[in-house]
Design a protein around this ligand. Sequence first.
Ligand SMILES: NC(=O)c1ccc[n+]([C@@H]2O[C@H](COP(=O)([O-])OP(=O)(O)OC[C@H]3O[C@@H](n4cnc5c(N)ncnc54)[C@H](O)[C@@H]3O)[C@@H](O)[C@H]2O)c1
Length: 613
Amino acid sequence: MTVPYKYVGRPIEELISSGYYDPETKKVRAIKGTELHVRSRDWQIEGPLRMLFHVLDEEVAKDPKNLIVYGGTGKAARSWDDFEAIVDTLMSMESDETLVIQSGQPVAVFKMDKRAPRVLMSNAMLVPKWADWSIFRQLEAKGLISFHQMTAGCWAYIGTQGILQGTYETIGYAAERHYGGSLEGRLVVSAGLGEMGGAQPLAIKMLGGVALIADVDKRMIDRRISTSYLDTWTDDLDKAIDMALEAKEKKKATSIGVLANAVDLLEKLIKENIVPDILTDQTPAHDVLQYVPTSLSYEEAIKLRQTDPDKYTTLSYQSMVKHVELMLELQKKGAVTFEYGNNLRKQAFDHGVEDAFKIPGQMEYMRPLFEEGRGPFRWTSLTGEPKDIYDLDEVLLTLFSKNARLERWIKNAHNYVKFQGLPARVVYLGYGERALFGKIVSQMVRGGKLNGPIWFGRDHLDSGSVASPFRETEGMLDGSDAIGDWPLLNYALNTAAGATWTCFHHGGGTGIGYAIHAGIGVVVDGTELAEEKALRVFTVDPGIGVARHAHAGYPKSLMTVKSKGIKIPIFDYLEEKSKKVIEEAKKEGRISDYTYQRVKKDLDEYLEKYKKQ
Ligand SMILES: NC(=O)c1ccc[n+]([C@@H]2O[C@H](COP(=O)([O-])OP(=O)(O)OC[C@H]3O[C@@H](n4cnc5c(N)ncnc54)[C@H](O)[C@@H]3O)[C@@H](O)[C@H]2O)c1
């Protein structure tokens, strides 16, 4: 294409003329192929450039024209000028330089060495006393800060597959606990078909169930239908419920979207005395201006958000209160109910729903994974080669042949997952497994067995990378839910270990004031140095997760520390702490009866195996 005058002579010109970026329409395309574009000819810099373009590809991002990747308003860069400046910088950087990004804006480049990360980011951070949405928005309006969710600003979002797998795992664990592992003949009700919520219908179908999901935005329903994440839809609540009940009766795995407000759907279910088997929600309740109140149509909501945000806020909170009250009512009637990390309970609690936290959070099901350092590890083919991903699937299936859940996920992914942008895969791998797999991949890249380098990363929702008291760190055994040192240590460790890029963020998932978290990008390009750094990152990253949970008193983490030989200086004290905090957590009502029984059993197992008392 012809390059506008403003860009002539700038490094970004090459990407404009190759059609990867159109500055007029703001269209960004994932860069594929083996030809390098950065002047350093270094995959450690080409990698972050490609992941930035990937997250903004229209196949991947929710609202790419506004740089929004997912999760309400999670951006990849602060503004288009900042995006272009980041690209110019990456294109012209040397292999021993490090780009520093502050809330999506490139602010400095320093000479370092090749072992250091090539990009360091801190996004949306505020001093704790100032950390609320209203101050954040004032500062955002002044152009000083911006919101980057978790993997949006860290350039680690892989489209709906990431959340599809996470939702599949979470609902899968709920199904395992309550329904023997299958959702056959079960009705799962939720709302929100956005970037993350859009994975719900397919994940539920993969588990054999019937999904009934409300969304107020027809475009989101259309998008899910067109990508086969949703089977069918209607705008008629009665019809939607009838369809769902019929499928449940016939034990047919399917998904039904309904163009309606979540509150209206739940009210209707209660009126008809229909109790879902599982009930959750993925509306963007973390952000009061994104959640659509029941009293407004979608079009009215969009308008009021701009014309009268205060009135909108009042209506939004009123609606969230009603929403949680209805969820509590259905929970009482027998629905297995949990919050899917959107802060809906806290919003309702702050506005008068005292019982809001009778609904558990998703960690009720995910915590055991985190205790072993297991979490959403992911990779992309940086050259855009789908075969590389399928070949690596085969490696995984051989390497972890005893992991039935992993095998089932990979098979389902082959059937259902369409690649978006750069082809990708996500799998829950734990301490030891990530380094083992990373080493094999590095050797395959070096030996020419893959088309080119592989990028690795993970969600910030991981074992040791996040402090979010209403989500990932809710109900920690020792009450350390709000301790923010752990994600900061995670960021520092991964930076010291030499990740290609590291990110420290605020507000992802549960919103400003409620979460801090860290992320990584690691490019395995076949060189010895990249392999050495990657293996260190793949060890310390889940390692600090195991340590964090061991220090909180989880016996399963103590077992992992012992079996994997992780060094912990005050280990004997942790054994004593574990016994104490399990009882305290139970007494103070911070954990469910189920969790209490589970950790007690783990403790007995640990003592039996390692203490021989
Ligand atoms: N804990 C986790 O692992 C996890 C994972 C995924 C999402 N989440 C949370 O879920 C929420 C949704 O994430 P997303 O990326 O899908 O957001 P999104 O902004 O892309 O989509 C939200 C969708 O909800 C719809 N919506 C808004 N209000 C509604 C209402 N009252 N009734 C029905 N539909 C409504 C919108 O039209 C939109 O389609 C966020 O708060 C996110 O943090 C948490």
